[in-house]
Design a protein around this ligand. Structure first.
Ligand code: SF4
Length: 224
């Protein structure tokens, strides 16, 4: 099957069955989502959703965060991964939002990436989810599922290469939704170590499935 047909099947399936996918992080505005996405690096959305209410109660605006030190922030996020680094990032992020962006979360990926703790993936999430821009955030799930389905070439070794190839195959207007489709599929069905192909509706165009069926192996590239 050609790659173009795989994209057509992907879009047809998800637009029909999951027309309005959403992030599983809880947020009410751009500032809250920004904090949640920064905290979610190497951590589950579930855990972030548990800690973020108390954090936001203490630091409800960029101005509150800008006035805080990492030591002030640490106790609120100590149960998530890399709390020391993330506390430093959030303190710096609050200050930069206030001093350089008038306490507003910027919309461009380039400006977002200037913020401490905000890499390309986080910037793409904010740009896409909050501002509905065609920015494809490639996390571990998007990376894995795109390769297994055959949406990108096997020699796409970095998130940026996968991002570029996905952007060529997915219509711009659907990029924000496609990001959620691939993440959620990876989180619940096409899981890292052994994909749940027996529960997957995409077998008819999945390259990994078609290559390995009926002996779906543990995926040696995705043991974690
Ligand atoms: S068929 Fe299997 S490998 Fe392919 S997307 Fe579905 S779960 Fe993943």
């Amino acid at each position: 099957m050609r790659k173009k047909e795989r994209y057509q099947h992907l879009i047809e399936y998800f637009t029909t069955n999951f027309p309005e996918p959403k992030t599983e992080l809880h947020y009410k505005n751009a500032y809250e989502l920004l904090l949640a996405v920064v905290l979610s690096a190497q951590c589950t959305d579930k855990r972030v959703n548990l800690v973020i209410p108390a954090l936001l109660e203490q630091f409800p605006t960029p101005q509150h965060l800008a006035a805080a030190t990492p030591d002030d922030i640490y106790p609120f996020i100590k149960s998530i991964s890399y709390p020391n680094n993330k506390a430093k990032h959030l303190a710096g992020l609050g200050k930069m939002l206030v001093e350089q962006f008038n306490a507003e979360v910027p919309s461009s990926v380039a400006e977002l990436q200037q913020l401490p703790g905000v890499g390309r993936k986080t910037a793409n999430v904010i740009s896409s989810v909050i501002y509905n821009q065609p920015a494809m955030a490639v996390d571990t799930h998007v990376f894995r599922v795109s390769k297994r389905l055959g949406l990108v070439t096997q020699n796409a070794h970095t998130p940026l290469e996968v991002e570029k190839q996905l952007m060529q195959g997915i219509p711009q207007s659907l990029v924000p939704k496609a990001h959620h489709w691939l993440i959620l599929h990876g989180r619940y069905i096409c899981v890292a170590r052994k994909p749940k192909c027996e529960h997957c509706a995409l077998t008819y165009f999945c390259k990994f499935y078609q290559t390995h069926w009926p002996n779906i192996p543990d995926d040696p590239e995705n043991r974690l």
